[in-house]
Design a protein around this ligand. Sequence first.
Ligand SMILES: Nc1nc2c(c(=O)[nH]1)N[C@H]1C(S)=C(S)[C@@H](COP(=O)(O)OP(=O)(O)OC[C@H]3O[C@@H](n4cnc5c(=O)[nH]c(N)nc54)[C@H](O)[C@@H]3O)O[C@H]1N2
Ligand SMILES: Nc1nc2c(c(=O)[nH]1)N[C@H]1C(S)=C(S)[C@@H](COP(=O)(O)OP(=O)(O)OC[C@H]3O[C@@H](n4cnc5c(=O)[nH]c(N)nc54)[C@H](O)[C@@H]3O)O[C@H]1N2
Ligand SMILES: [Mo]
Length: 671
Amino acid sequence: MTQTVVRGGCAHDCPDSCAWLATVEDGRAVDLRGNPDHPFTRGGLCAKVERYLDRVYSPDRLLHPQRRSGPKGSGRFERVSWEVALGEIAERLLVVAAEHGAEAILPYSFAGNMGLIQSRSLDRRLWAAVGASRLARTVCGGTANAGIASVLGSTLGGLPEHLRHSRTIVLWGTNTLVTNLHLWPFVREARAAGARVIAVDPLRTRTAAAADWHLQPFPGSDVALVLGLIQVVVAEGLHDRDYIEAHTNGFEALRARAAEYPPARVAQLTGVGAADLLALARELATAQPAAIRTVLGPEKHPQGAATFRLLASLPAITGAWRHLGGGLFPDTRAIVNDTLDVRSVNPPHQQPQTREINMIQLGRALTDPDLHPPVKALFVYNANPAVTTPNSNLVVEGLRREDLFTVVHEQFMTDTALHADFVLPATGMLEHLDLLYPWGHATVVLNRPAIDPPGECVSNNELFRRLARALGRPEPHLHASEEDLIRGVLAGGHPWMEGVTYERLWEEGWAPIGMPDDWKPYANGGFRTASGRCELAAEPLPDYAPPAADPAHPLTLVSAKLGLHFLNSSYSHLPRHARAEGEPAVHLHAVDARDRGIADGDRVRVRNARGALELVARVDGVARPGVVAVAFGFWRRPGNPGANALTTDGLSDGGGGGDFYSARVEVEAIS
Ligand SMILES: Nc1nc2c(c(=O)[nH]1)N[C@H]1C(S)=C(S)[C@@H](COP(=O)(O)OP(=O)(O)OC[C@H]3O[C@@H](n4cnc5c(=O)[nH]c(N)nc54)[C@H](O)[C@@H]3O)O[C@H]1N2
Ligand SMILES: Nc1nc2c(c(=O)[nH]1)N[C@H]1C(S)=C(S)[C@@H](COP(=O)(O)OP(=O)(O)OC[C@H]3O[C@@H](n4cnc5c(=O)[nH]c(N)nc54)[C@H](O)[C@@H]3O)O[C@H]1N2
Ligand SMILES: [Mo]
């Protein structure tokens, strides 16, 4: 028996980007654990990836190319060779391009594999060469980033692990214990040293329950809440006049807008009481270093960008940026993008300006009779839009079109793959080479393959090399190797990358980005705006717009990531993960349940004009009055097409993202 330990990293779309160690015996992975040397992973994996080998060796793994042999969505497929599959796919794509123009081809991908090389290199190059429609990849982050960057000039902020130095930690609409588990030890460390942990979340999540204090605003009302905080800070003279004077523009305008949000009004708009608002404002201004940690929950609303814009304004007003452990702590992509040469993967000159389709509105794009050219070919990889895209019933209606040619590259027969004309088998993170693209910490992690691909699975990049060949595209940049692409990314010459070489990563698995230990991005100004100052009012100032009344659907549905065992829609089909997560449920407040004659454990229907879900009711203290929560990620099943059957496919106020955490529903008992 030969046993080896291979160093790699987790390519899931998660802020933690863990470094792992795979033990391989005679070509089979027998153990996967967190790398104890990595400062963020610290030897632990999450509840999902601890059981990742269930996924690798699942009997349901797709191993061979398949061609549809029954009606769309029937699940009837026949095995074909790669040669036959690629030959027919290339022919169909060329026919579509000839008849309707290449923009009738729509690639659809997100971060099912978030590795930098496998998620966004040769695919983008090939689609650009073909002239396909571009996909606006807005479902996650675009809105928050637009809001933050409008104030700070970029999304550069504090380093999340520096929360260990904070005295006040506000987890603003982020469910750390579920979605960003490896940050929690740093929160715990600060708490042991006396910090107070405050959660601002409409739901009583695991994280909110573990915090010292939980404020439960109405979803999407944060604009009023933050303006109220600014009003209190300024009215009480707790703002940092010197910092504001030296490093900001627009303070007077913001102060005037905030003055319209006194505590009594904020209480009425948000449901957060005046006393709580005063206490939070005072704490944020005086218990320094004060940190606001955000991920993405509050962005998925009509005023998502405005929310992040105001959250990014607060630390300049309180002077929190002066302190290590103070300020805004958004994702770390700006740091990673600064240090890695990400542009080498997709040089701008290889990005033509073809039509752009917003992924949030895939259902509309597939069913709109007035779209010219229509989408005639859809190529899906790294994503499961039949489950994860808002207004998913409309997406499925589009996928059922007989005149739509759909290819899906997947590890499993997802609800999306089920509707494909061709399903192609994909490798997983133990089976291909990649460089991670972290957004929760500042280290570089190489993902070395630990085992051979099972069956005929190929990586995304290998698929696009083969497809380029089948399409008769020999250009060298469409056929680059993973190693060459990674070497290019590491060769940007940023001083923080000194000593981080391919060879070192191959041996050690990861390396730190050499940031200063006392990283305080704006202690002395230096914002990345044109003025170099924090722009509090460069654009028209936000004003809270309450949701319109909808008497038929009085409850607001937040379909956030509630489950420890799912990663978006991945894992919900694996038996041990699904068992651990339990039955799909809707969480209601006791008052809303009582008004509807619903008791804990009852079967109920949650519905609106877009869809209906049969679920078990949980009257368990998770939801506040007027709000219900349904975990997202379950695959479609009879009577329950998943939370996105109910969500809206409207857009937020910036960055092209969606408003799908603001869906309106009614709940009724099933008699
Ligand atoms: N276990 C697990 N981990 C994950 C994922 C997963 O599916 N499962 N997904 C990964 C991905 S892709 C992402 S983007 C991250 C997301 O990480 P997070 O942003 O932490 O996760 P979300 O569940 O989207 O939103 C966090 C919280 O925001 C709250 N929220 C909703 N609307 C509002 C609002 O208007 N105001 C405020 N203040 N709060 C609001 C929700 O109730 C929710 O509890 O998690 C990643 N990690
Ligand atoms: N209601 C509601 N909707 C949401 C969210 C929510 O919280 N609530 N969250 C939103 C957010 S933040 C996000 S990021 C999106 C996520 O939406 P998606 O990116 O669609 O998320 P996943 O469910 O993770 O699907 C990824 C798929 O990629 C496949 N995959 C994994 N690795 C590879 C690979 O190497 N190659 C190929 N070809 N495929 C691979 C997996 O098997 C999986 O089926 O969902 C969004 N939608
Ligand atoms: Mo996401």
